[in-house]
Design a protein around this ligand. Structure first.
Ligand code: AMP
Length: 503
């Protein structure tokens, strides 16, 4: 056998001395040097007792070494489980115990708060800092830079990416070697990546967008990346003239448009700007075209499915749409209530099928069965329609998800915490339009009679339980929540009523 993903993405680059990562400080790491680090890391993981199929939880800052952990896991057959750096110890504890991880890798600054988590789960904890130092890197430095790659086939799992659950419980999406490889091949072809490309990489690498879409496409095509620690307008403006492609969330593009230095002249060597993870406003698309002459290419995907649709590279990039299905991916729209086919052009639930679609939720067979049709289509929970030219339009999210600055916030998770506070009768959490973040979180609260609870009490309860990016930008107190005849809270009415509450 062989290693399905490693052999295609990484192995061909073992002897490639061309630049792979171009860092902010001017340092350059070649593909071959990067792969030597991954071999040392894979050796250390093996020597620490991890074997193929084990899970490694990684909550570290973005760095070349953090990326090398992903590659080390692939070559050692270990299942990579990256986490948002904003998750609290309580959240990390859930991911560690639910996944049954064998090791926790964290930033040195969180080792004190995460050591009890590791102890409770009886696993080893090691550190990897944003500058590449830490106990993991130190121990790996003494290891061999050659590693005998572990056999894995296309159906073996490469990664477990947790998506927040609408019921408050996060689910681990099982992504196989072939889910990742098939999508990387498709995207590399559709977006015409080659080894002449330099991708400006300012996305986080704990999410499918910055990790799999961006990195796998570069590995497959031999392209290099300007690998920035995060998004910062000054850095992006500085490095754009040295890049050919950028991938971003819509917030990146609105922020760039807010800066007068961002111009057609600055972007003249760029061949492609790609947007995804949240809706790109048609206004942003046209403002971008007017300023730079570039039409942003919008695509649509999700953690569970990798990428599903993309506007064309050659051909019309239609604002407000996510383009036609990618080659090899079937997309259909069904009636939200009856799950039956509906006429072309009507709005329904988007369902997808293809080699990109994940293997199910970790240890949740019932949930997996619920979210797949008998014929293998995955029910995305997104509402959309397909126009006469085959372009998919996303019109909403049945699952009630809020996407703020590219990060997902599930209202239910916050509502559970708010409802738990003394003096709160009930709550509804909604997303409202926000110029910078796309959507911002707003909590609508109904107090119990005579309650003296105030905004500070509620924000305090939230701050101690969940990541900061989920914190509401505003809390509004109302007498009652609007409900339909079935007793369901009508969030659409709340969204309309409070659409301007942050202006
Ligand atoms: P995630 O699993 O974090 O990647 O979030 C996936 C969700 O993001 C999808 O189910 C969509 O609701 C949303 N999404 C991703 N790309 C787009 C897009 N281009 N336009 C609108 N929504 C998007």
């Amino acid at each position: 056998m062989a290693n399905h993903l490693y052999d295609a993405l990484f192995a061909p680059n073992e002897t490639n001395d061309a630049p792979f990562l171009r860092l902010k400080n001017g340092d350059i790491l070649s593909f071959s040097s990067f792969l030597k680090i991954t071999a040392q890391f894979a050796n250390l993981l093996g020597d620490s007792g991890l074997v193929a199929g084990d899970r490694l939880v990684v909550q570290v800052h973005k760095s070349p070494q953090a990326l090398a952990i992903y590659a080390a896991c692939v070559r050692a057959g270990i299942i990579f489980l990256p986490l948002n750096t904003a998750y609290t110890p309580a959240e990390v504890d859930y991911f560690v115990s639910d996944s049954g991880a064998s090791m926790l890798l964290c930033d040195g600054s969180s080792v004190d708060v995460l050591s009890p988590v590791a102890a409770r789960n009886k696993i080893e904890i090691r550190t990897l800092n944003g500058d590449g130092s830490g106990t993991f890197a130190q121990a790996a430095a003494g290891k061999s830079d050659r590693f005998v790659t572990i056999d894995r086939d296309g159906d073996d799992l490469a990664a477990l990416l947790y998506t927040s659950g609408t019921t408050g419980r996060s689910k681990g999406a099982m992504l196989s070697h072939d889910n990742l490889l098939s999508n990387a091949r498709t995207l590399t072809g559709c977006w015409q990546f080659s080894n002449r490309d330099v991708l400006l990489h300012a996305l986080p690498i704990f999410h499918t967008h910055g990790l799999f879409v961006a990195v796998n496409v570069c590995l497959l095509s031999g392209a290099s990346m300007v690998f920035l620690p995060g998004f910062n307008t000054d850095d992006v403006v500085k490095f754009i003239p040295a890049s050919t492609v950028m991938m971003g969330v819509p917030t990146f593009y609105t922020r760039l448009l807010d800066d007068q230095r961002f111009s057609g002249e600055l972007t003249k060597k760029m061949r492609l700007f790609i947007s995804g993870s949240a809706p790109l406003l048609a206004e942003t698309h046209s403002a971008f075209e007017q300023r730079t002459g570039h039409y942003i290419l919008e695509r649509y995907g999700m953690t569970e499915t990798n990428m599903n649709t993309s506007n064309p590279y050659d051909g019309e990039r239609r604002a407000g749409t996510v383009g036609p299905p990618l080659p090899g991916v079937d997309v259909r729209i069904v009636d939200a209530q009856t799950a039956t086919a509906i006429p072309l052009g009507e709005v329904g639930i988007i369902e997808v099928h293809g080699p990109n679609v994940f293997k199910g939720y970790w240890h949740m067979p019932e949930k997996t069965t619920e979210e797949f049709r008998d014929d293998g289509f995955f029910i995305t929970g997104d509402l959309g329609r397909i126009d006469a030219d085959g372009y998919v339009h996303i019109v909403g999210r049945q699952k009630d998800l809020i996407i703020s600055g590219g990060f997902n916030v599930y209202p239910k998770e916050l509502e559970l915490i708010l409802d738990d506070v003394d003096g709160v009768a009930e709550s509804a959490v909604i997303g409202v339009p926000h110029g910078d973040f796309g959507e911002a979180v707003v909590g609508i609260i109904v107090k119990t009679p005579d309650s003296r609870v105030d905004e500070a009490d509620l924000l305090n309860a939230i701050d101690t339980s969940i990541a900061r990016f989920k914190r509401p930008k505003k809390l509004v107190f109302v007498d009652q929540l609007p409900r339909n005849t079935m007793g369901k809270v009508q969030k659409n009415l709340l969204r309309e009523q409070f659409a301007d509450c942050l202006q």
